[in-house]
Write a protein of this length. Structure first.
Ligand SMILES: [Zn+2]
Ligand SMILES: [Zn+2]
Length: 142
């Protein structure tokens, strides 16, 4: 039984790692797991249990989904997050990994203009993600 859980945990982690730019609800994860692994995929209650564990362990971050009571889960970058900047949405907490090339371009410009070396590991640009902006616009237009 324990081994079975480990296998499902690996499936979930593999999926989250290959989609580390996105955050998912448990429902979305259930659907995605099912289409990737079919009958071997963990069910919703197992995913919920696994993701809660991963979140407790700090491997996955839990955010309140914009405009709903759902929670979304996103894997926290591991190791390879030292070579790019991050954007963090202040509304939903989503972390966006900026493309390495773009990060470098930005930092090069800062360095050129101010001769200032930005610490990439410590720097997070705060703002609002596309999803939250659309949500807010809709709300205002109502
Ligand atoms: Zn990253
Ligand atoms: Zn957002």
């Amino acid at each position: 039984m324990a081994e079975y859980i480990t296998e499902q945990k690996t499936m979930l982690l593999t999926f989250l790692k290959s989609n580390h730019d996105n955050a998912f609800t448990v429902d979305e994860l259930t659907v995605a797991m099912n289409s990737s692994y079919g009958g071997k995929a963990p069910g919703k209650s197992t995913i919920y249990r696994l993701i809660t564990r991963l979140s407790d362990d700090g491997i996955v971050k839990k955010f309140a989904k914009t405009g709903s009571r759902c929670f979304v889960y996103q894997i926290v970058g591991e190791g390879d997050c030292h070579n790019h900047l991050h954007l963090k949405c202040l509304d939903c907490g989503k972390l966006i990994h900026l493309d390495e090339e773009i990060s470098e371009e930005l930092l090069d410009k800062v360095k050129m203009i101010n001769d200032f070396s930005v610490n990439e590991d410590e720097t997070v640009l705060l703002g609002k993600c596309a999803e939250c902006k659309i949500y807010n616009q809709k709300k205002e237009n109502k």
